[in-house]
Design a protein around this ligand. Structure first.
Ligand code: IMP
Length: 440
């Protein structure tokens, strides 16, 4: 299968019935509603593989009125018969993972032979969380606004080549040796900062108990992934966070610590680059961001309106999200770096009551007009957005089943988003449930 072959969205087979691999990414600053789109696409995929991030992510899915919040497990787990895998690029807090498994099982979700955990994924430990918290505290007003889940310090250990991996959990002696060294070193840092040191015994016991419960799921993930591909399975690669939180392409240092962009699917799972058949970029009909860092189209009025509707509170930390107008300078860059073929626009209904809706089409720095997001954070903070204004449709859109059912003004707005971003509009989400989804 090669790129460029016409593909129907919602279909994971081409016209020759060959299986397709799809990478799904967030095209903004995260929280684009990826969980729901993954759930919709998974109907026709065979397998879902998560490739980066950790339990900093929160994917919310509503099915028949029931709410499911997933942090580490691919959202595909909610569909019976789908194979789900946590790839090597993810950082895994095993205690949090077990709690998630337990909670989902209580909701009737099967997590047995349909779930696999890569033995080369790195582990998150309590010292990572404490370091995350202390680093943020010491940064004061320059803090990143992390989720305090220990994600940065865990990836830091991985890159520093001192991390402990999922597979290490299965070798008790080696695990104890590695953990003792890490805790001794990190306790010295924590003590210097005035924080309480960790008990090696307590952490070791807790993780060893978790290891036994996780043992049945732990696999060499790359050969299994390739076995699936050889068997003609169609695979959905699930990204977490969003393009502008990418460690390389985001608004550094106000980013997360992994590659959230499409390339992360290859390094985070063992998917060969030439086997990516399609990239789906998920974007809200407006923009949101949690945590600190530049946000060119931020707008207090739209934030107040969305919060008053009970929308835009973080799934992981409950923090109110910062909100603003749709930024096509950002999504154009996102299209570039991810190679987005198809767009899924979510939360269109969030704009149902707005009279005049704006899209940012360029940035202005003094007299200079920019059509690409600058890398210099000071310049990014300084620029002002150039807006194009659209008439609001001021009609509820949630009941629409087809693109034609949407108000004409909403259609114009969506077409503008697709054209300015430079990709095909393929999905529009107009509500939280599976049924509130339009395939264009
Ligand atoms: P960390 O990933 O916890 O280190 O947080 C780094 C930055 O990424 C902060 O601005 C967080 O708010 C943001 N972030 C991390 N995970 C998510 C997510 O799932 N959605 C939106 N923002 C996130």
């Amino acid at each position: 299968m090669t790129r460029g072959t016409p593909v129907l969205l919602g279909r994971f087979r081409n016209e020759n019935h060959m299986a397709l691999n799809t990478v799904l990414v967030g095209a903004q600053w995260g929280d684009e509603g990826k969980g729901k789109i993954i759930d919709v696409l998974t109907e026709e995929a065979d397998c879902v593989v998560r490739y980066q991030g950790g339990n900093n992510a929160g994917h919310t899915v509503f099915i028949n009125g029931a709410k499911y919040v997933l942090h580490l497990i691919p959202s595909g787990i909610l569909r019976p018969g789908k194979m789900c895998m946590i790839g090597n690029g993810v950082v895994v807090d095993p205690i949090s993972l077990l709690k998630e498994i337990e909670d989902l099982r209580k909701q009737g979700v099967t997590i047995e032979a349909n779930f696999f955990l890569s033995e080369t994924a790195h582990l998150v430990f309590p010292y990572h969380r404490l370091l995350d918290e202390w680093r943020e505290h010491h940064k004061g007003k320059h803090k990143i606004g992390t989720t305090k889940r220990g994600i940065g310090p865990a990836y830091g250990d991985k890159v520093e080549r001192t991390g402990i991996r999922v597979g290490d959990l299965l070798n008790a002696k080696l695990f104890e040796f590695k953990l003792r060294n890490k805790i001794t070193l990190n306790n010295a840092i924590l003590k210097a900062w005035g924080a309480k040191p960790l008990s090696f015994r307590k952490v070791c016991d807790e993780y060893s108990t978790a290891a036994e419960k996780l043992r049945p799921f732990i696999v060499a993930s790359v050969p299994l992934l390739h076995q699936w591909m050889k068997a003609g399975k169609s695979i959905l690669f699930e990204g977490a966070q969003g393009t502008f939180l990418d460690i390389d392409y985001g608004t550094y240092p106000y980013v997360t610590s992994s590659n959230t962009t499409a390339g992360g699917a290859c390094t985070g799972t063992g998917l060969p680059p030439h086997r990516v058949d399609r990239v789906v970029g998920v974007m809200k009909a407006y923009t949101t961001r949690v945590g600190e860092g530049p946000f060119p189209t931020e707008n207090a009025e739209i934030a107040d309106m969305l919060h008053a509707m009970g929308r835009e509170f973080g799934a992981t930390t409950g923090r109110p999200r910062r909100c603003g107008w749709f930024d096509s300078v950002a999504t154009r860059f996102s299209q570039m770096v991810n190679g987005i073929d198809d767009i899924a626009v979510t939360n269109l209904d969030g704009l149902d009551t707005v009279a005049k809706i704006k899209i940012c089409v360029a940035y202005k720095d003094g007299r200079k007009e920019l059509d690409c997001m600058p890398n210099d954070l000071e310049q990014l903070r300084r620029i002002t957005p150039v807006y194009k204004e659209f008439e609001g449709w001021r009609t509820p859109t949630t009941a629409a089943k087809t693109f034609g059912d949407l108000p004409k003004k909403a259609q114009v707005y969506l077409k503008a988003i697709a054209e300015l971003t430079g990709a095909n509009l393929k999905i529009v989400s107009v509500g939280a449930g599976r049924e509130a989804t339009i395939v264009v």
